[in-house]
Design a protein around this ligand. Sequence first.
Ligand code: 8YV
Length: 312
Amino acid sequence: PVETRLKELFDAELRDSDKKMTRDELVDAMKRADVLVPTVTDQIDASMLAQSGDRLKLIANFGAGVDNIDVTSARQRGVLVSNTPGVVTDDTADMTMALMLAVTRRIPQGLVEMQAGDWKGWSPMAHLGGRIGGKRLGILGMGRIGQAVARRAQAFGMQIHYHNRKRLRPDVEAPLEATYWESLDQMVARMDVISINCPHTPSTFHLINARRLKLMKPGAVIINTSRGEVIDENALTRGLRAGEIGGAGLDVFERGHDVNPRLRELPNVVLLPHMGSATLEGRVEMGEKVILNIKTFADGHRPPDQVLPGMM
Ligand code: 8YV
């Protein structure tokens, strides 16, 4: 569908979406194309841009996060960058809640028990998890997705707290009844659940490091549907193994799909293969956004979702 539209509209060379392109293949594509459509697994760095020649004019990222692209180098070379914001918001926020409930209500444990045919029947003290209603949720990054998580969590009866580069405007914050924490340390120390919803940038890399993980309340849970690099994954694994952290729900990892094997062994951890935005509807809308960005650019205007250096 999106592929057919791309072919109809442009002289498009389609890739095999299941196959990761090598660095050389990407550079080769960048040399031959006016527009490149990378996904989260395609790293476009400064040296690749330098090798790409003068033809490439737009990198229309298939995804909201642009940490796979060196946006500053692209800008310096006059290559525009666009992304697909908005259309991944609700799906990613839904998955954040799904992970939160999966960890706190022990859904995978129940599933495994049922699949193994091990269920011996109902008993009052079996399968007990923790209730999220009434608990404090600390959202790190109160952008579109963070706010969508806040709205959902509020409906579940959670108390909403957040840390962000800046406090939300009252007209946005008021309906959310969210408490702003200027100090991330102070927020981390007081939350029952922490949700990572900020982009990965040089200033958010390992924002949740060993020191901050140690500040977490005993038994608190951390959820990440943003980018793995925001958490020091080794330190998180140590904290979970030591029982200092109550649990984790992770959709993203520090080294892409190379997941720390120790994380996989932990009972209080739910891992998902980066599927936060993976709905059919969402993927179609992402494709439409990419097409709109390319079409607008081809018509001589700035793409509506242009990303500038420092914007994320
Ligand atoms: C996508 C995402 O699956 O939008 C993002 O930033 O991480 C996901 O929605 C991925 O980026 C596709 O390239």
